[in-house]
Structure formats: structure tokens, C-alpha cells
Design a protein around this ligand. Structure first.
Ligand code: EPZ
Length: 422
């Protein structure tokens, strides 16, 4: 295992390019199981969750080949396996996205039930209810989801739970419904850009879907899906993390290769917090400077501020000129980073899904422990602004979901070094 040593208070400047979206690429890779032909996904980020899913798919008979320009070619060479590898699934929840494609294409699946994780309780009841409505026979046996089905049949399915729509649940059910006989209507569907992108890929494979980007999806099942070539959308969470890096150090950078429309609420809040923004067709330039103004942030389903940058916002607001509140409506328990930010001198109190952040004038370096992917990113941002040296332990969390964030920040002028643990 390794850690990151950050020497704080270096100035950031220049231009950085966002990678392809992790959360779009993962469910797209899983639908290679559905295709009668190779899938070529362009712009797949080089990060650990992608590598883990390549291994998981490999054991399910889907061969992966890396081509230039971050293109990943996926092709089914053995359509018989139906049991997903336990150990690999434990490393990465998104592996659960193979469930829908396996049931729809191979008529059976055994996939271990994901447990809770550092960001809180993460049930999959909506995934299972949706697949059962399509005709799959689903039981839970010894901690595994065991699913069997003949040809699935279209149905009316509602996918929103008490905390809103489910993103990977929509991916799972949509990628099963495309091969079901007849019509499926999904209400309460996730409208995240990553789901729209998955839908675009399925359309390119020959699926019939209407309503992408709205909460109601109408799917007319087809008998077979072909291979296709598709470019993955840019990672809006990585882009937002990079913009917040400049916001916390009060510097000016440009992030290119982005879809500014996917960042709407994030850009609006950055402006409220005192950053000047210039927005081009596929880039955003941020010029921070002056004091960080306090803002209230509520993480919500798209188009709200994403839960996946709630922690990074909190890091930034810890240096604001006043008091901010941060809520998370998607994962109300996603506050493990609070204690670690406080180790760096932040003043954050947290109760009942709300954090009150009282801005401080400076953060000071310390050794902190990352508990999950986005908490790690928040600690890296705080380390950029802190005086002296910050050590972020458990770098494996960061590497799961960012394509070498440290290298990108170093190219902008940060000073951070990866070190192996003793
Ligand atoms: C996806 O997780 C993302 N992961 C998460 O990103 C992201 O935080 C989350 O969506 C919310 O945007 C991937 O795309 C691979 P959900 P997912 O099902 O699909 C409740 C990151 O850091 N719910 O949309 O697992 C659930 O408890 C990761 O990149 C049910 O009640 O999240 C939560 O409160 C972390 N029943 C809410 O819905 C279900 O069956 C939304 O969760 C499913 C979910």
C-alpha cells in the first residue's frame, strides 16, 4: 500500500484535461455481455476500478484488449459463465452491474450481494425488484443473488426509492430491459449524464429506448444487440475536483475536455463561493483569488450538486470566510472525511446528515487517513492548501476512481509524492 506526501501551498496554474468518466465507463463495460460482437469504448479512464472490472469480465468470458487512445475493446469469447468472482466484486461495487446483462443474455447469474461501505448503507432492493418485474426468478442464498430467467418480458417498473432514483439500478434494469420481449416503462429512472451515455451506447448497439435524460424511459425489446463503437463522456466528478483544487488554493487553471452543461450546479456554486469562471464549448477556466465565500451545499441527484463531490466541497469551505452547511440527501452518512479534515485544522461539526463548516484562516499539514474514494480527494485538496506537509494514507482509495490525480496536480504545480508504506 502507499501514501501521498503533499507539500502544501504551492501555486497551481496551467491547463489540465479531464479523463473519461469512471461511472459511465463501468456500466458500459458490463453491457459487453449483451453484445453479439465487439464493443469498442473510447476514452476509458486508466484507473483501478476499470482494471478490476476487466478482470471480473474476463472470468465471465469477456475478453478485453487495450487499444491506443484509451480505447478498450471487449468481446464475449465464452458465453457460458454466469457466476461473478466474489473477491473482485468485493473490491468494487459497480461490478454488480453485470447482474442485469447476465440475466438478460445468459439466463442466469450468481452475484454476491454487496455489503455496506464507508459511505453508508447501499441496498440493491430496487435493482432486484426491477429485474424480478421483468420475469427473473431471484433468490438470496448464502449472501449471493441467484437469478434465473427465460426470455425476460417487458414490464412497468418504478426505480426511485426514498432517497431518489438509483443510478446503477437504472443501469442494471435498463440493460436487461433492452433484450426483454415487448415494452418496458421505467419510471423514477436516474437522469445522470452517465445513464444517458449508457443509453446512447445501447442505442448504437441496436436497442430501442426513448426518454433518455428524463425520469421515464420507454424501452422496446429487441432480439439481439450488435457490437458498437462509443466514446465515453468526460468525468464531471474529476473535472469538478480539479476546479475545486484551484478554488481551494485560490489559483487560476483551465480544465479541458469537459461538458460544461454537466457541471451546471457545481459552476453556479463555485461562482457564489467567489470564483470567476469562463466557460467555453468544452473547457472551463477558473480564476479564484480573494476570500472563499461561504455557501450552503446540498448533494442531490442530478442536476443537483453530486454526492461524489460533497467531500471536496467541504474541504474548500473549511477555508471560507464564514459558516457554511453541507448536506447529503443521497448518502446521509457520507461524512467520514469530517474527522480527517478536522485533523488538518478544519472546524466542522456533523450531526443528522448535516455538517456545519465554520471557516478557518489556515489548515496545517498532518497525517490523515482516506476512508473512501471521494474522501481521499477531499484530503488531497485540503493538503494542497495546508501549511507544511500532509500525508494521505491509503492511496488505494484514490486510485480506484481517479486516473493519477497526483500526477495531474503536479503538472499544474502541486508538490506531491507517492511513497510505499514501510
Ligand atoms: C452511483 O452509485 C455511483 N457509482 C456513486 O459513485 C454515486 O455516489 C451514486 O451513484 C449516487 O450518485 C457508480 O456509478 C458506479 P444509487 P449507486 O443506487 O448506483 C438508495 C463514486 O464515488 N438505493 O444511485 O450505487 C441508496 O442507498 C461512487 O464514484 C436504494 O434505496 O448509488 C442511495 O441513498 C460512490 N435501493 C440512493 O438510493 C437500491 O436498490 C442512490 O444510490 C439502490 C439505491
Amino acid at each position: 500500500m502507499s501514501h501521498l506526501k503533499i507539500t502544501g501551498r504551492r501555486r497551481l496554474s496551467g491547463t489540465v484535461r479531464a479523463s473519461g468518466s469512471k461511472n459511465a465507463a463501468l456500466p458500459m463495460m458490463a453491457v459487453a455481455i449483451l453484445a453479439d460482437g465487439p464493443l469498442r469504448l473510447e476514452g476509458v479512464p486508466r484507473l483501478d476500478d476499470v482494471r478490476t472490472l476487466v478482470d471480473l469480465l474476463g472470468a465471465l468470458g469477456v475478453e478485453a484488449t487495450h487499444e491506443p487512445d484509451d480505447t478498450l475493446r471487449l468481446e464475449t469469447v465464452d458465453p457460458k459463465p454466469t457466476r461473478a468472482d466474489d473477491e473482485l466484486l468485493r473490491r468494487m461495487r459497480a461490478g454488480f452491474c453485470v447482474l442485469g446483462p447476465l440475466v438478460a443474455r445468459r439466463g442466469a447469474a450468481v452475484v454476491s450481494l454487496p455489503g455496506g461501505c464507508a459511505i453508508g448503507d447501499r441496498p440493491v432492493d430496487l435493482h432486484l425488484a426491477g429485474l424480478a418485474a421483468l420475469g427473473a426468478d431471484i433468490t438470496i442464498e448464502h449472501g449471493y443473488v441467484v437469478a434465473r430467467a427465460g426470455r425476460l418480458t417487458g414490464a412497468a417498473i418504478h426505480l426511485a426509492g426514498p432517497r431518489g432514483p438509483t443510478v446503477t439500478g437504472t443501469a442494471n434494469v435498463l440493460s436487461a430491459a433492452v433484450l426483454a420481449r415487448g415494452e418496458t416503462t421505467i419510471t423514477g429512472a436516474a437522469v445522470e449524464p452517465e445513464i444517458v451515455d449508457l443509453g446512447q451506447l445501447l442505442l448504437a448497439m441496436g436497442a430501442k429506448i426513448e426518454g433518455l435524460g428524463t425520469p421515464t424511459l420507454r424501452v422496446t425489446g429487441v432480439d439481439r444487440l450488435s457490437g458498437a463503437t462509443h466514446r465515453v463522456i468526460p468525468d464531471r466528478i474529476e473535472a469538478a475536483t480539479l476546479l475545486l483544487a484551484a478554488a481551494i488554493t485560490r489559483d487560476s487553471i483551465a480544465v479541458t475536455g469537459v461538458v460544461p452543461g454537466h457541471l451546471g450546479e457545481v459552476l453556479a456554486k463555485l461562482a457564489t463561493a467567489g470564483s470567476a469562471l469562463e466557460i467555453g464549448p468544452d473547457w472551463v477556466r477558473i480564476a479564484a483569488g480573494g476570500a472563499v465565500r461561504p455557501v450552503d451545499i446540498t448533494a442531490e441527484p442530478y442536476p443537483g450538486v453530486p454526492t461524489d463531490i460533497q467531500a471536496q466541497w467541504m474541504a474548500m469551505l473549511s477555508l471560507a470566510d464564514g459558516r457554511s452547511t453541507v448536506r447529503d440527501r443521497v448518502f446521509p452518512g457520507r461524512f467520514m472525511h469530517v474527522a480527517e479534515l478536522n485533523r488538518l485544522g478544519a472546524r466542522i461539526e456533523h450531526a443528522d446528515g448535516t455538517a456545519v463548516v465554520t471557516g478557518v484562516s489556515r489548515l496545517t499539514g498532518a497525517t490523515v487517513t482516506a476512508t473512501d474514494l471521494r474522501a481521499s480527494a477531499a484530503l488531497v485538496l485540503a493538503g494542497l492548501a495546508a501549511e507544511g506537509e500532509t500525508v494521505v494514507r491509503h492511496l488505494e482509495h484514490l486510485d480506484r476512481g481517479y486516473q493519477r490525480l497526483d500526477e495531474k496536480l503536479n503538472r499544474l504545480g502541486a508538490e506531491m509524492e507517492r511513497c510505499d508504506d514501510d
